[in-house]
Design a protein around this ligand. Sequence first.
Ligand SMILES: NC(=O)c1ccc[n+]([C@@H]2O[C@H](COP(=O)([O-])OP(=O)(O)OC[C@H]3O[C@@H](n4cnc5c(N)ncnc54)[C@H](OP(=O)(O)O)[C@@H]3O)[C@@H](O)[C@H]2O)c1
Length: 296
Amino acid sequence: MKPTISVLGTGRMGSALARSLLQAGYRTTVWNRTAEKTASLAAAGAAVAASVREAVEAADIVIVNVTDYSATAVLLHSDGVASAMRGKLIVELTSGTPHGAREAADWIAGHGAGYLDGAIMATPDFIGTEAGTILISGPREAFDANQGVFGALGGNVQHVGEEPGRANALDSAMLALMWGALFGTLHAIAVCQAEDIDLDQLARQWAATAPVVDGLVTDLIKRTNAGLFASDDETLSSISPHYSSLQHLLELMEARNIDLSVVKGYDAIFRRAIAAGREHDDFAALSHFLGKPGDK
Ligand SMILES: NC(=O)c1ccc[n+]([C@@H]2O[C@H](COP(=O)([O-])OP(=O)(O)OC[C@H]3O[C@@H](n4cnc5c(N)ncnc54)[C@H](OP(=O)(O)O)[C@@H]3O)[C@@H](O)[C@H]2O)c1
C-alpha cells in the first residue's frame, strides 16, 4: 500500500513537490503558514491540514520544504508536533548546512522518528520530471523502502550517503562550482561592456570555450583526487601562466573601475602558492592554499 504523505510548506518548491506526489497517486495532505497558498493544491486533490500537528498526524511520511532550518525547527517544536512524529519518517527538503542536518537528525531520532535529509538540485519546473535531481542522505534502508515516493519527485533522486549532512555538503560544493561560473560570467560581461564588445560576441566565444573549461574542471577534480599536484606530462596548465593572465585581468578591471573584490581573492590564493615556491606546480596544487578541511 502506498504511504500517505504530508508536505509542510507550499511555497514555489513545496507546491511542486506536493503536485508531483498527487499526480503519482499519493494521498497527500498539505499545510502552509499562509493558508491561501494551499488552494490550488486542494483543487488538485490535496487535503489541507489546519495545523502542523494535524498534517503530521495525517501521514506516514512528512516532507518539509520551508525557507530554512530555523523555520523547520519552529514548526517541529510547535505544540504536540514532536510527539505526533513518533514512528513517522521526516524528510527535510529545505536547503541547509551539513551541521543543521546532523542536529536535526539527532533531535528527530530522539523523538522516535526516522530522518532523511535532502538537497534539491533543481528548480520547481523540474520536480516530477525525469531530469529532477534531489540528493538524499541518511539511513539507506529508509530511502530504499520509499523509492516510489522519491521516484515521484524526480527521475534522478539519489541516495548519497548514510551521514545526514552529506546531501547538504554536496549541495554547497555544487553551488560553489555554479557561482564560480556565474560570478565569472558577471566579470566577463563587465569587461565586455567596459571595452565596448557586443555581448552576442561573448556568447559565441563562450560556446567555443566551454568545452575547454569543462575539461579543466574535470581534470582538476581528477588530479586532486589522485594527489597529482606536481607538474607532469599530463599537466594542462601550471600555476604560473594562470597567475600572469590574472594580472592582465586585474589591470584591465582596475583601469575600468570594475569591482575587484572577487578577483583579488583569486590573486591572494595565487600569491600564497607562489610564496611557497609552487608556481610551476599543476593548477591543482592551489587546493593546498585554501585551508585544509578540519582547520577551522
Ligand atoms: N525554488 C527553487 O528553485 C529551489 C531550488 C532548490 C531548493 N529550494 C529550496 O526550497 C526551499 C523553499 O524554497 P521556495 O522557492 O519554495 O521558497 P518560497 O516560494 O519563498 O516558499 C517558502 C516557504 O517557506 C514557508 N516559510 C518561510 N518561513 C516560515 C516560517 N517561519 N514558518 C512557516 N513557514 C515558513 C513559506 O510560507 P508562507 O507561504 O506562509 O510565506 C513558504 O511556504 C528553500 O529552502 C529553497 O532553498 C528552492
